[in-house]
Write a protein that binds this ligand. Structure first.
Ligand code: EPZ
Length: 442
C-alpha cells in the first residue's frame, strides 16, 4: 500500500492539466452495455475506479481495451452475463450504473447492493423505484438486486430524494429509458454536468434525449444504439481541488482543460473568501488562474446539488478555511455526515467543532505536519491540501482512496513544485522517522 509524504509550506506555482471527469467516465462506460457497436472513449482518466469498472464490464462480456494513454475502446462481445458481484461493487459504488443498462439491453440484471460507505448512508431506493416505474420486476434478496423486464416502457418518474436528486440514479434511469418503448420523462432529475455528458454521449449513439441539465429530462425510446466516439468532459472536482491547493499554499496555478461554467458556485465562493481567480481565454483554450495572495476571509456555505457548491469539494474547502481570518461555518446538505476528515485535520492542529448540522472552523490557524489517515476519496484530497499548507512533514496513509479518483495527484503536485513523495507504506520508509537516526548522526 502506498502513502504520501508531503513537506508543506511551499507555494504551488505553474501550469497543470485536469484529467477527464471520473464521475462522467464511469456512467458512460457502463452505458456502453446498451450497444453492440464499438465505442471509443477519449479523456478517460487513469484511475483505480476506471480499472474496477473495466474489470466488471469484462465480466459482463465487454471487451475493454486501452487504446491510448487516456483512451478506451469498448465493445460488447457476449450478452449472456448479467451479474455484478459483491466483490467488485463494494470496491466502487458507481458499479450500480450497470443496473439500468443491463435490464434495458439484456432483460435481466443481478447487482450487489452497494451498502453504506465512509461518507454516510447511501440508499438506492430511487434507482429501484425508477426501474419499477419503467416496468421492471425488482427483487432484493441475499444482498443483491435482481431486476428483469421483457422490454422497459416509458413512464414519468420523479428522482427527488430527501437530500436532492440522485446523480447516479438519474444516470441509471436515463440510460435504461433510452431503449424503452415510448417516452420517459424524468422529473427532479440531477442537473450535474456529468449527467449532461452522459446524455450527449448517448445521443451520439442515436438516443433521443432532451432537457439534460434541466430538472426535466425527456427520453424518447429507440430500438437500438450504434457505436461511436466520445470525449469525456474535464473533471471539475479535480480542477477545483488544484485551485484550492494553490490558494492554500499562497501560490499561483494555471489550470488547463477546465470548464469554468461547471465551477461557477465554487469560483464565486473562493472569490468571496478573498482568493484571486482569473478566467483567461486564449484562442480555443480556457484557463483558470487561481492564486492566494492574502489571508482569506471566513465564509459560510452549505454543499448542495449542482449548481451549488459540490459535496465532493466540502472536505477540501474545510481544509482551506483553517487558515481564514476568523470562523467559517460549513454544512453538507447532500451527505450530512460527510465529516470524517475533520478528526484527521484536527490531528494537524485544525480547530474544528461539530455544531448543529455542520462544523465551525476556527480560523487563524497554521497547521502542522502529522501522520494522518485518508478515510475516503475527497477526505484524502483535503488532507493533501492541508499537508501542502502545513508547516513540516505529513504522512498520508491509505492513499488508495486518492488513487480511486485523482489521476496521479502526487505527480501533478510535484510538477507545481509541491514536495510530495509517494512511497510504500512501512514505518521504516518515512524520511526522518528512523528511530535510530540520532545514533547514526552522532
Ligand atoms: C454521485 O454519487 C457521485 N458519484 C458522488 O461522488 C457525489 O458525491 C454524489 O453524486 C453527490 O454529488 C458518482 O457520480 C459516481 P446521489 P451518488 O445518489 O449518485 C440520497 C466522489 O467523491 N439518495 O446523488 O451515489 C443520498 O443518500 C463521489 O466522487 C437517496 O436517498 O449520489 C444522498 O443524500 C462520492 N436514494 C443524495 O440522495 C437514492 O436512491 C445524493 O446522492 C439515491 C440517493
Amino acid at each position: 500500500m502506498d502513502m504520501l509524504v508531503i513537506r508543506g509550506g511551499q507555494p504551488l506555482r505553474g501550469t497543470v492539466r485536469t484529467s477527464g471527469a471520473k464521475n462522467a467516465a464511469l456512467p458512460i462506460m457502463a452505458a456502453c452495455l446498451l450497444t453492440d457497436g464499438p465505442v471509443r472513449l477519449s479523456e478517460v482518466p487513469k484511475l483505480a475506479d476506471v480499472d474496477s469498472l473495466s474489470q466488471l464490464l469484462r465480466l459482463l462480456g465487454v471487451d475493454v481495451e486501452a487504446t491510448g494513454p487516456q483512451e478506451l475502446s469498448l465493445r460488447v462481445i457476449d450478452r449472456q452475463h448479467f451479474t455484478a458481484p459483491y466483490d467488485l461493487v463494494r470496491k466502487m459504488r458507481a458499479s450500480i450504473c450497470v443496473l439500468g443498462p443491463l435490464v434495458a439491453r439484456r432483460g435481466r440484471a443481478k447487482v450487489s447492493l452497494p451498502g453504506g460507505c465512509n461518507i454516510g448512508h447511501r440508499p438506492i431506493d430511487l434507482h429501484l423505484r425508477g426501474l419499477e416505474a419503467l416496468g421492471a420486476q425488482i427483487r432484493v434478496e441475499g444482498g443483491y438486486v435482481e431486476a428483469s423486464a421483457r422490454r422497459l416502457r416509458g413512464a414519468t418518474i420523479s428522482l427527488a430524494g430527501p437530500c436532492g436528486s440522485t446523480v447516479t440514479g438519474t444516470a441509471n434511469i436515463m440510460a435504461a429509458a433510452v431503449l424503452a418503448s415510448g417516452v420517459t420523462t424524468i422529473t427532479s432529475a440531477a442537473l450535474e454536468p456529468e449527467i449532461v455528458d452522459l446524455a450527449e454521449f448517448l445521443n451520439g449513439l442515436g438516443a433521443q434525449i432532451t432537457g439534460q441539465g434541466t430538472p426535466e429530462i425527456r427520453i424518447e425510446g429507440v430500438a437500438a444504439l450504434s457505436g461511436g466516439k466520445y470525449s469525456v468532459i474535464p473533471d471539475r472536482i479535480e480542477a477545483a481541488t488544484l485551485m484550492i491547493a494553490a490558494i492554500a499554499t499562497r501560490g499561483e496555478v494555471t489550470i488547463t482543460n477546465i470548464q469554468p461554467t461547471h465551477l461557477e458556485s465554487v469560483i464565486h465562493l473562493l472569490r468571496e473568501a478573498g482568493a484571486d481567480i482569473e478566467i483567461e481565454q486564449s484562442g480555443e483554450e480556457t484557463r483558470v488562474v487561481a492564486a492566494g495572495r492574502r489571508m482569506l476571509r471566513p465564509i459560510e456555505f452549505s454543499a448542495t446539488p449542482y449548481p451549488g457548491v459540490p459535496t465532493d469539494l466540502q472536505a477540501q474547502l474545510t481544509a482551506l478555511l483553517t487558515a481564514a481570518a476568523g470562523d467559517s461555518t460549513v454544512t453538507d446538505a447532500v451527505f450530512p455526515n460527510r465529516f470524517m476528515h475533520v478528526s484527521e485535520l484536527c490531528r494537524m492542529g485544525a480547530r474544528i467543532e461539530h455544531r448543529g448540522d455542520g462544523v465551525v472552523i476556527r480560523g487563524r490557524n497554521r497547521l502542522s505536519g502529522a501522520s494522518v489517515m485518508a478515510s475516503d476519496l475527497r477526505a484524502s484530497a483535503a488532507l493533501a491540501v492541508a499537508a501542502l499548507a502545513a508547516e513540516g512533514q505529513s504522512v498520508i496513509r491509505r492513499v488508495y482512496h486518492l488513487d480511486r479518483g485523482y489521476e496521479r495527484l502526487d505527480l501533478k503536485l510535484q510538477s507545481l513544485g509541491g514536495q510530495v513523495e509517494r512511497i510504500l507504506d512501512s514505518p521504516d520508509s518515512i524520511p526522518g522517522s528512523d528511530p535510530t537516526a540520532f545514533l547514526k548522526a552522532a
